[in-house]
Ligand binder design. Structure first.
Ligand SMILES: [Zn+2]
Length: 261
């Protein structure tokens, strides 16, 4: 897609995920699921927070229960893509708690360090701890020294593993004043994919057709591959990425959808 300098800009997602290695105890719990039947429908809940300075398209003078337009669109996009065309397999994502933080976050995405990540996890747990995944919308255009505009991380904080997705303003779908289209609504869906893969009950954390140098992403050496949701570089504004039935099947192998997790 074009950027303000008139050249093709790629919004790269490479290095947009970072999960703490699980310890032996957590790894061993995968084994108890071996041999279980395939699960075809799954649902995940999210605590979604937006901070002062994050552009989320809040309605003017909003009643508190209204989820901002950008966030609604991105959750809708995730629900639309993580299902097979015939609806046989599907993952449903729900913002079980959504809330604006009037706080200026201590950091924005451009300066976010490890301490900032831990702060966000604690803050999200304070807001609503019972969700499967936490999502924070922050100010900032991208992540420290990279082109990544969204990130998924897993961290053990206070002895509990939490998954956090951090969304920057650079990810948002928008048309700027000079008519340049940037961002898209599927970055949240992409980051959710990383968490689904990482939490695979068999411990097989790759995309089903992985990029050889980066197995958490989809192979992108063909035109078809480049359009895939899990390709390392996002499709341009207005294009709808693809997701294969194998990838959805793989997503449904997350421990999130197994009892006793
Ligand atoms: Zn990625």
């Amino acid at each position: 897609m074009a950027n303000g300098r008139g050249s093709e800009e790629e919004i790269s997602l490479f290095n947009d995920y970072d999960f703490e290695q699980l310890d032996d105890y957590q790894q061993s719990s995968y084994k108890q699921f071996e041999g279980l039947d395939e699960i075809k429908k799954g649902s995940l809940t999210m605590t979604v927070l937006w901070y002062y300075g994050a552009v989320v398209e809040e309605p003017e003078d909003p009643p508190q229960y209204i989820t901002p337009k950008r966030i609604s669109r991105e959750i809708k996009a995730a629900n639309a893509i993580w299902r097979t065309h015939n609806g046989e397999r599907a993952i449903e994502f729900t913002g079980i708690y959504t809330g604006g933080r009037d706080l200026t976050p201590r950091q924005n995405t451009e300066t976010l360090d490890e301490e900032g990540i831990i702060d966000l996890i604690r803050d999200a747990r304070d807001a609503y701890p019972h969700a499967d995944i936490f999502v924070c919308y922050l100010p900032g255009e991208n992540f420290m020294g990279t082109k990544a505009v969204a990130r998924a991380v897993g961290r053990t904080v206070d002895n509990k593993l939490s998954y956090l997705i951090i969304m920057s303003n650079g990810a948002r779908a928008r048309v700027d004043d000079s008519g340049i289209k940037q961002g898209q609504d599927y970055f949240l869906a992409h980051e959710l994919g990383h968490i689904l893969y990482f939490s695979n009950y068999k411990g097989d954390q790759s995309d089903p057709n992985p990029k050889p140098s980066d197995k958490g992403h989809h192979r992108d050496d063909t035109e078809e591959g480049k359009k895939n949701l899990m390709a390392p570089t996002a499709v341009p504004y207005g294009e709808i990425p693809t997701l294969t039935d194998e990838q959805i099947k793989k997503g449904l192998e997350s421990t999130f959808f197994r009892d006793n997790r």
